[in-house]
Design a binder for this molecule. Structure first.
Ligand code: SF4
Ligand code: MG
Length: 328
């Protein structure tokens, strides 16, 4: 039930609150040990804010964050620092996230220094181990980020995230800024590392194409809410929310002449400052009914392990994966 609302004020001297940006508007999900849960939605839907709430980088307006059975919503000080060690993040932009003045070795060692792990010699050794683990070379340690390609920089970002042996890694669109030819390499590396180190990933993406190769389960987000969650195969073959279907229909297909019956999404994402009443998707939903403008559909279980927030989830026609999308 986590929410993040930003108050909007009017007036300078006697500012009064006139509204709120509902960036994240009551989101619940679980990330299981060792799995990859993909969080997918258009830019501006609240995915990154959700990630930052999970990592306790920002404070929720309401709701709780539970880590291994412990409510960590209000922990601070040393406890928060200890928690942060278990939760690390790989950012979208490996160019912006690395300090250009630090050598690769220093960039990777920095989280260990921050968390007071080891001495200079043992950190140096650990850096070499992390370079090997992420497919970089020993001599890369003394170079600077600008000497590397985008893919290599993302490897450095991953090595840095892994330096403090986290249990959960939030991957915030880790391949969106990379060339398509490099994306698969980084995705494969993340998969290998997960296997070896038993990591749990919250993998954020703005479309379903990338997610197809990495996720165990997928949560689809729309305008601050999760609208559907299912195991990957189930979500791609039997999507039950019209928004998920539109996202699937938007995946480019090898043979564009085989057009399906689902219309790709038109219109813009409404502002989180003015969330539509009723079902928040009704302004763009091709199958909206009168009821949808008034009643907000809760996220409910429609089959074991499959939840959707649509009044008509069960009534939608069968999804034709071949014609309507979901085929890589
Ligand atoms: Fe569309 Fe109505 Fe379902 Fe919302 S509840 S997704 S508007 S059919
Ligand atoms: Mg983002």
């Amino acid at each position: 039930g986590v929410a993040k609302h930003y108050p909007v004020k009017k007036g300078l001297l006697f500012a009064r609150q006139v509204g709120a940006v509902r960036a994240v508007d009551g989101v619940s999900f679980a990330l299981h040990r060792g799995e990859t849960l993909a969080l997918v939605g258009e830019s501006g839907c609240g995915k990154s804010t959700t990630a930052r709430l999970v990592m306790r980088l920002i404070e929720p307006s309401s709701g709780d964050v539970i880590f291994k059975g412990e409510n960590v919503t209000n922990v601070g000080g040393a406890k928060l620092r200890a928690l942060r060690r278990h939760l690390q993040i790989v950012f979208q932009d490996p160019y912006a996230s690395l300090n250009p003045r630090l050598t690769v070795a220093d960039a990777i060692a920095e989280p260990m220094t921050v968390h007071g792990i080891g001495d200079a010699a043992s950190r140096r050794e650990r850096v070499q181990e992390l370079l090997r683990l992420t497919g970089l070379r020993p001599f890369h340690a003394d170079r600077y980020p600008h000497e590397f390609s985008g893919g290599q920089r993302q490897r450095i970002g991953i090595a840095r995230a892994l330096a403090v042996e986290p249990e959960v890694v939030v991957c915030d669109e880790p391949v969106s800024a990379l060339d398509v030819s490099i994306q698969a390499q980084v995705v494969n590396l993340l998969g290998d590392l997960q296997q070896r180190l038993g990591l749990s990933y919250l993998f954020i993406a703005h479309d379903l194409a990338v997610v197809k190769h990495v996720a165990d389960r997928v949560a689809v987000m729309y305008l601050g809410r999760i609208v559907e969650v299912a195991a990957k195969h189930e979500l791609f073959s039997n999507p039950r929310h019209p928004y998920t279907r539109a996202l699937l229909a938007a995946i480019p297909r090898p043979d564009p002449s085989r057009r399906g019956s689902v219309t790709p999404l038109g219109g813009d994402l409404p502002s989180p400052l003015a969330v539509p009443p009723g079902c928040r998707f009704h302004t763009r939903c091709p199958v909206a009914q009168a009821k949808c403008k008034e009643l907000d559909p809760p996220l409910r279980e429609i089959a074991p392990g499959h939840t959707a927030a649509c009044h008509f989830a069960e009534d939608l026609p069968r999804f034709n994966a071949e014609a309507d999308g979901g085929v890589a």
